[in-house]
Design a protein around this ligand. Structure first.
Ligand SMILES: [Zn+2]
Ligand SMILES: [Zn+2]
Length: 222
């Protein structure tokens, strides 16, 4: 067995696009223990629960990359249903979690609730699911409290809405800053290594190397 296939076998994952924003809710699990985390349950909780049942894994945590409605709209409902803690985002996004109901009303999303996570996350902390460990990077700019989850062992990151395949996060929402966002990507994500694969909050994932070379926001084209 090669190193690559051993690494792949450590985790399994399913992407469940949710809400009218087609946000990439991710079900991620440790293959050794079948313990799982739901990352960014933005809504459509019955679909997320169906994916959990299909994967036949035990969800023990909910992780949030940031406080925008399309990422957190289903978090309180899923926490109640599964009786598991919510970890993340960074406390700088508290103002968003305090106004989930108002944000939802702007997009016709009913049944959402304001909430506080069970654990806020900050730069340098770690989170765990089964035998998997992820390092936390605080990457403000898209929202002030955006965090990135990085598995050094699997060379994999979940970057939320910080970085996209061919683009970067929008910065016109409250607390956004394009200069801060580019600094977060340049200082914290690019150094992770060109080989690192990532998934993001919307659309297809990519690798750090591909974005470093071709993303117009990062290679000087824009
Ligand atoms: Zn967002
Ligand atoms: Zn989003």
């Amino acid at each position: 067995m090669t190193d690559a296939s051993e690494t792949k076998a450590k985790a399994g994952a399913a992407i469940i696009p949710v809400t009218l924003f087609q946000q990439n809710c991710m079900l991620l699990w440790c293959e050794a223990t079948r313990r799982a985390v739901v990352i960014d349950p933005g809504g459509d909780v019955p679909q997320i629960q169906a994916a959990i049942a299909q994967a036949n894994v035990t969800v023990e945590k909910i992780w949030l990359t940031h406080g925008h409605i399309d990422h957190v709209g289903g978090a309180a409902e899923l926490r109640d249903a599964l009786k598991v803690p919510i970890e993340g985002p960074h406390p700088a996004d508290k103002f968003l979690l305090d106004h989930v109901v108002e944000s939802g009303a702007n997009y016709g999303m009913t049944g959402v609730r304001n909430f506080a996570p069970d654990r806020w996350l900050d730069e340098g902390e770690q989170v765990h699911i089964g035998e998997l460990t992820f390092d936390i990077f605080h990457c403000p700019g898209h929202s002030p409290g955006s965090v990135v989850f990085f598995s050094k062992e699997m060379r994999f990151a979940h970057v939320g809405d910080v970085l996209f395949n061919g683009s970067v996060g929008r910065t016109d929402l409250p607390g956004g800053s394009h200069a801060t966002l580019i600094a977060s990507i340049t200082d914290k994500l690019l150094p992770l290594g060109d080989d690192v694969q990532f998934i993001c909050g919307h659309g297809p994932g990519s690798t750090i190397g591909h974005e470093r070379q071709t993303n117009p926001f990062l290679n000087g084209a824009m």
